[in-house]
Ligand binder design. Structure first.
Ligand code: CU
Length: 499
């Protein structure tokens, strides 16, 4: 157990082992224990998660019915019903979060993890949130995107006094509109969010008596995760909150590839992915092999007339995007941020470009003197894996992950949607690597290579001739005629030095 020392031993004693927690029986036992009269008078027992694994959906045992979400490398917080009110207990506290195997970070989070657990409620639910502050400084809780009374909005100093160290505040409101939301502190925000204090919130639409929301479809799989980022020096464990944009760990739910679980779905499943961005920059999220629609933002479900197909959607700072598609192509499909620096793990931005320089002998010598010395490979970055360069402890290789055909050369904000025809409904297990059927995979050409065909125009240009651009339609490249020459004029800058 990697829980940091805390004086709240009582809380740790309530910690649920994940295996026990996953069993429905264990969950029911907790729910039953929490309805005793003594318990009702007290705070709901805090539930703590000790592992960064993806928990299966938490099927509601009490309250209104709904189709639960799956939080990537996360979990949903159990609640108790108290006279018709859904009560949750969030505990703000220092946590140890495994970013990926080989690296653990000292973060601040909720109930044992960063991000905190996902909160799932139903449109119209009255919700009571107990927020206990076990941090070394004051905090608050802001319920990002919700309709609620002003005094429940959680901006420290503006809507309420900050929650002092060791105290518990109560927030209570009705979850008025269905959609995807987030929660985070609005107190020493720069530090607290850079340290990992955030969580996801889903308000499901009411489905009483077969009622259906006109803009919210039922789906077979509903995933959610937050985009977050950290600046943790190689070899150390605590993020530097003052870094605004140059973070070196780009994470989904405080996990970096290959630590991010895949999204495992059955062929032809309708899939929803909810993504919230609490980093300080935008992330163009790109899905391979399928097109999706944006069916919701933090403002709620989008009107049908506003939806168009895309394969990449930009999620700006503070935004949420909800994308939907039918997973009708089998395979392992990459899902990643399209900023290529965000699919890398820690690297110095001052790493010199060493393409063309053979320094493999040299680097070992330098590393004897400067253990965390890292440079780029001589043929590109892919060299670095091959060179088996030693990296400091407590850090991740920059490009990593191994697939069935070799190194994936990714890190950070990268995972896969794994679409399988034999994935059982309701089963979220990783089915392993996809084996492409024979004849459906890129292969090496072993025949003779023909001379590359060149444009006539290119040859003409090289000979200093007038360039022919107006080619009759239907003529293949390399067989262009020059019956209607067009003269190209090149204007050179004159006089001004600002060019
Ligand atoms: Cu990104």
């Amino acid at each position: 157990m990697e829980k940091p020392p805390t004086d709240k031993r009582a809380m740790a004693s309530h910690a649920l082992d994940r295996r026990k927690f996953l069993g429905q029986a264990a969950f029911t036992a907790v729910a039953a224990a929490s309805v005793s009269k003594v318990a009702m008078a007290a705070l709901p027992e805090p539930v703590t998660m000790m592992k960064p694994d993806t928990a299966p959906p938490l099927v509601p045992q009490t309250g209104r019915p709904y189709n639960p979400v799956v939080t990537l490398n996360g979990w949903t917080l159990p609640w108790r019903m108290n006279n018709g009110v859904k009560e949750f207990h969030l505990v703000a506290e220092p946590v140890i979060r495994e970013i990926a195997p080989g690296m653990k970070a000292t973060l601040w989070g909720y109930n044992g993890q960063s991000p905190g657990p996902t909160i799932e409620v139903v449109e119209g639910d009255r919700v009571r949130m107990f927020v206990t502050n076990n941090l070394p400084e004051h905090t608050t809780m802001h319920w990002h995107g919700q309709r609620l009374p002003n005094g429940m909005d959680g901006v420290g100093g503006l809507n309420q006094k900050q929650i002092p160290v060791g105290k518990t505040f109560v927030y209570e409101f009705i979850a008025r509109r269905p959609g995807t939301f987030m929660y985070h502190p609005h107190a020493d925000e720069m530090t607290q969010m850079a340290m990992g204090m955030m969580g996801f919130w889903v308000t499901h639409p009411k489905m009483d008596r077969g009622q259906k929301h006109p803009l919210i479809d039922e789906v077979n799989r509903d995933f959610c995760f937050l985009l977050n980022s950290y600046d943790i020096d190689p070899g150390s464990t605590t993020p530097k909150p003052n870094t605004m944009l140059d973070q070196n760990l780009w994470t989904w739910n405080s996990r970096a590839f290959p630590g991010i679980d895949s999204l495992n779905v059955r062929l032809n499943d309708k899939v929803r992915i909810r993504i919230g961005n609490l980093t300080m920059t935008n992330h163009p999220i790109h899905l391979h092999g399928h097109e999706f629609l944006i069916t919701g933002t933090d403002g709620g479900p989008t009107p049908k007339s506003s939806r168009w197909p895309e394969v990449t959607t930009d999620v700006a700072v503070g935004q949420m995007r909800q994308l939907e598609f039918v997973a009708d192509e089998e395979g392992d499909w990459a899902l990643h941020c399209h900023k290529s620096h965000h699919t890398m793990n820690p690297m110095g931005h001052t790493v010199p470009n060493m393409i063309g320089v053979d320094h493999r002998g040299l680097i070992k010598k330098i590393q004897k003197l400067v253990p965390d010395y890292m440079v780029m490979g001589e043929r590109g970055m892919a060299d670095m894996g091959e060179m088996q360069m030693e990296i400091p402890e407590q850090t991740l290789p920059m490009m990593t992950g191994t697939g069935p055909y070799g190194p994936v050369e990714m890190g950070g904000m990268f995972t896969m949607v794994k679409v399988r025809k034999d994935q059982n409904p309701g089963d979220y297990k990783d089915a392993g690597w996809y084996r492409q059927p024979p004849g459906t995979q890129a292969f090496e050409w072993t025949g003779a290579l023909p001379e590359p065909a060149r444009f006539q125009s290119e040859i003409a240009a090289n000979n200093g001739l007038v360039v022919g651009l107006n080619n009759p339609p239907g003529h293949a490249h390399g067989a262009q005629t020059m019956d209607k020459p067009v003269e190209l004029k090149v204007r050179k800058p004159t006089g001004h030095m600002q060019h």
